[in-house]
Design a protein around this ligand. Structure first.
Ligand code: NAI
Ligand code: ENO
Length: 367
């Protein structure tokens, strides 16, 4: 294999959130996309929303496996056997699919097929699943990990890189074990922490929940993710995750001991709490900013907006008129309340100008 241009056809096996999003991104570039799914309704739905076609007569150049982690290795081995295509997958964990595919190809006496397989993992998604959650721009500006193994053909690696770039992502190449350690930290542990925090709300009285603000919404958003899928991800990455969970357990133990031994407010109990909070600040500033760029300090500017049609459009027009670039945006709106709160995040140099222009134009602004 020497031609590494992405020409298609691309066969997508698993037309849920990720498969459909990849199909939509490629189809809009004119690449022929074939859609395959164990659930015929999902393939039909993906076809209807323009992610490709269920019937493509041509042999695929590339197969993308986007099924739940437990099934990925089997589908990779099947596709390596049934086609001459390069095969990649999108699974959230890379060690288990590779081990499963390796065992199956070796058992079939076809170990050399594995040179056409290169693992990959788009680092974008959502707490929703299924084809209707798919979006052509899901991977725009996202990072996409590429995880070649020992016998991956360099030309196959290049083709998978072209796939990620065609979807608008920037690629990062790393080994399979490194990938699994990294995602344990930046994705799998955060998922479990979100689920644990949200779990404490199950029995909370309604009047407690009514006090919910943006903090609890941020922390619990991904707790709504599919438990079936995440059980598979967590099980497949258990060694890397166990180490991190032990670290958290030790910190929780120290915190609990400090809180139980001391009267609240006493010096050593406060020191332990402050240490936990300070470590959190130091960790949070290390999370890179959007598009994989280094973290930049942004300043939130809060604007109260009336809950009436057209108010957001007017706010954005006024923000644009100030010359400030809105780097990030959050809307906090509780149903039933007559106003919402919009947080515009801007670079420090733009704050003054933004606040002045919005105030002049009658907005209620606070920092
Ligand atoms: N949900 C997310 O945010 C992200 C998920 N991923 C990974 O992408 C993969 C797909 O995840 P989603 O799209 O979220 O799941 P999904 O649940 O939306 O879609 C999975 C699809 O695979 C189909 N499927 C299941 N087993 C199959 C088989 N053996 N053969 C053919 N089709 C089969 C299902 O019918 C379904 O349509 C998973 O491996 C996941 O770890 C990667 C990045 C982000
Ligand atoms: O919704 C979010 O913020 C996510 O982080 C989605 C996500 C889920 C699983 C992955 O393997 C990668 C990304």
């Amino acid at each position: 294999m020497s031609d590494t241009a992405l020409r298609g056809p691309v066969r997508i096996v698993g037309t849920g959130l990720i498969g459909t999003s990849i199909g939509l991104a490629l189809a809009r570039l004119g690449v022929v996309v074939e859609l395959v799914d164990g659930d015929p309704d999902n393939a039909l739905m993906a076809e209807r929303i323009g992610a490709g076609s269920r019937l493509v007569q041509l042999e695929p150049q590339l197969v993308v496996v986007a099924v739940p982690p437990d099934h990925v290795g089997t589908v990779i081995a099947e596709q390596l056997e049934q086609t001459d295509a390069v095969v990649t997958d999108a699974a959230s964990v890379k060690g288990k699919p590779l081990a499963d595919a390796k065992a199956l190809t070796e058992a079939a006496g076809r170990a050399s097929d594995l040179s056409r397989y290169v693992g990959s993992h788009p680092m974008a998604g959502s707490e929703r699943n299924g084809p209707l959650a798919g979006r052509a721009d899901l991977f725009e500006g996202a990072t996409w990990a590429i995880t070649p193994h020992e016998t991956s053909d360099p030309a196959a690696v290049e083709l998978v890189r072209r796939l990620a770039e065609a979807c608008g992502a920037r690629t990062v190449e790393l080994s399979v074990p490194d990938h699994d350690l990294a995602v344990a930290r930046v994705s799998h542990l955060p998922q479990l922490m979100s689920s644990l925090a949200a779990g404490t709300l199950v029995d909370a009285p309604t009047e407690h929940l009514e006090l919910s603000g943006q903090g609890v919404r941020d922390v619990t958003r991904i707790a709504a993710s599919d438990p079936g899928m995440w059980t598979q991800i967590v099980a497949a990455n258990s060694p890397a995750l166990s180490g991190l969970l032990e670290q958290i357990r030790d910190e929780l133990d120290r915190l609990l001991i400090a809180l139980s031994k001391e009267q609240p407010g006493s010096q050593s109990s406060d020191d332990e709490v402050t240490a936990v909070l300070r470590r959190g600040v130091s960790g949070a500033v290390r999370v890179p900013g959007k598009h994989g760029s280094p973290h930049i300090e942004l300043v939130p500017v809060l604007v109260t907006i009336p809950d009436r049609p057209g108010q957001l459009a007017r706010l954005f027009a006024d923000a644009a008129a100030s010359g400030a670039n809105v780097e990030d945006l959050r809307i906090d709106h509780s149903p039933g309340r007559p106003v919402g709160e919009v947080e515009l995040a801007v670079k420090p140099a733009s704050v003054e100008q933004l606040v002045d222009v919005l105030t002049e134009r009658g907005w209620s602004v606070h920092r």
